[in-house]
Write a protein that binds this ligand. Structure first.
Ligand SMILES: [Zn+2]
Length: 145
């Protein structure tokens, strides 16, 4: 059963009530009004601190959800249109490439990013390829100690 997740407020919506067959015209979030939801093939439970970054097929940032600022110090305007790996100085961008090119989830990647203040911060990164024709990527960032 398809599950949709809001990249902004992390609200999960199971596809049971009228969204059936509505996968190419994705509805907006009923919880926060965010403009689109991301379809997941399998359920996923983000941590309370997880922040989502929505990327296009070239891994350029399209939207930034709640929690990303707390984690990285970057506001949406700082990241929009930039290549996510470069913008966040991710310690390894290969998982991004693998997820995008092979269309597979990558969960629990232990990477580091550089915050806006220049601090190196360990993060757990989960990556979800989009299954529509635009072929984007959802990047979930969570802090790890
Ligand atoms: Zn929402």
């Amino acid at each position: 059963m398809p599950v949709f997740i809001c990249p902004n407020c992390r609200e999960r919506t199971v596809d049971v009530d009228g969204y059936e067959g509505f996968t190419t015209n994705v509805p907006q979030c009923r919880s926060c009004g965010f403009g689109f939801l991301f379809q997941l093939l399998e359920d996923y439970y983000p941590a309370p601190s997880t922040g989502f970054v929505v990327c296009d097929q070239e891994t350029r940032v399209l939207a930034v959800g709640r929690g990303v600022f707390e984690l990285t110090g970057f506001r949406e305007g700082d990241l929009l249109g930039r290549e996510v790996g470069a913008a966040l100085h991710l310690s390894d961008t290969e998982p991004l490439e693998v997820a995008r090119e092979w269309g597979v989830r990558r969960l629990g990647e232990q990477l580091e990013l550089r915050t806006r203040a220049g601090l190196v911060k360990p993060v757990l990164v989960d990556l979800f390829p989009a299954y529509d024709e635009d072929g984007g990527l959802l990047v979930a960032l969570s802090s790890r100690s």
